[in-house]
Design a protein around this ligand. Structure first.
Ligand code: PEP
Length: 252
């Protein structure tokens, strides 16, 4: 379905705080060796200390890479933070912004997420902006309002730059839990996001890629990725095994 709407699927791995030099080398070699000729675009978003290793391992391959967060600030007294320009120094193309773990564990509000998306674009990075409801919010029937609020906070802040971002719908209750939204449940939210985006900008809104994330695995990827408005995946656990990650990419 993605082909008919001209959106090329993106399969992006989120390693989270996992990895080590030796294990990364094996994983990166596995991904690199299986990445040629795939219809989907591939990327891995890795912990900042491994960016040099990832850059060396993936340069010249069809696989892009990125960070998992960036600072709101360009430079200065922000101990522990990593700026967008630093990510660009390692040729990052992408950066995840507003992952639910950043929102819940680091207090990132909609306004901060919007500012980070803007900062990413200013640094020449493509933000993968995450939105999604908690289980409590879903059960209270608030999925649509929560996702719309999170999405519109970013879209309103970006103005004309909507076409330059990627959005990932990640229901919080499905992340790392083994519980996946059914393809129909995910498509329903994606269709709602698409309608909102098209309402803001018909051309950009139709072109923006909407990824699904939340326990996507080789055995459920095909059905999820077959849905009209699911243009790829943000993959956590399954991105740590080259065979699984590539199997998901092949399903796209
Ligand atoms: C994620 O962390 O973005 C994610 C989707 O994780 P998992 O695939 O492990 O649910």
């Amino acid at each position: 379905m993605n082909q008919t709407t001209r959106r090329r699927a993106l399969i992006a791995g989120n390693w989270k705080m996992n990895g080590g030099i030796a294990a990364n080398a094996v994983l990166l070699e596995g991904i690199r060796s299986g990445a040629n000729g795939l219809a989907a675009e591939l990327a891995v978003c890795v912990p900042a200390p491994y960016l040099a290793q990832v850059q060396a391992a993936l340069s010249g391959s069809p696989v892009a890479w990125g960070g998992q967060d960036l600072s709101l600030h360009a430079s200065g007294a922000y101990t522990g933070e990593v700026s967008g320009a630093m990510l660009r120094d390692f040729d990052c193309q992408f950066v995840i912004v507003g992952h639910s773990e950043r929102r819940s564990l680091h207090g990132e509000t909609d306004a901060i997420v919007a500012d980070k998306a803007r900062q990413a674009l200013a640094c020449g990075l493509t933000p993968i902006v995450c939105v999604g409801e908690t289980l409590e919010e879903r059960e209270a029937g608030h999925t649509d309002s929560v996702v719309s609020r999170q999405l519109m906070a970013v879209v309103s802040a970006l103005g004309q730059q909507l076409a330059k971002i990627v959005i990932a719908y990640e229901p919080v209750w499905a992340i790392g839990t083994g519980k996946t939204a059914t393809p129909e449940m995910a498509q329903q939210v994606h269709a709602q996001m698409r309608a909102l985006l098209v309402g803001v900008d018909p051309v950009a809104g139709r072109g923006v890629r909407l990824l699904y994330g939340g326990s996507m695995k080789p055995d459920n990827a095909r059905d999820l990725l077959a849905m009209d408005d699911i243009d790829g995946g943000l993959i956590g656990g399954a991105s740590l095994k080259a065979d699984d990650f590539l199997a998901i990419a092949k399903a796209a």
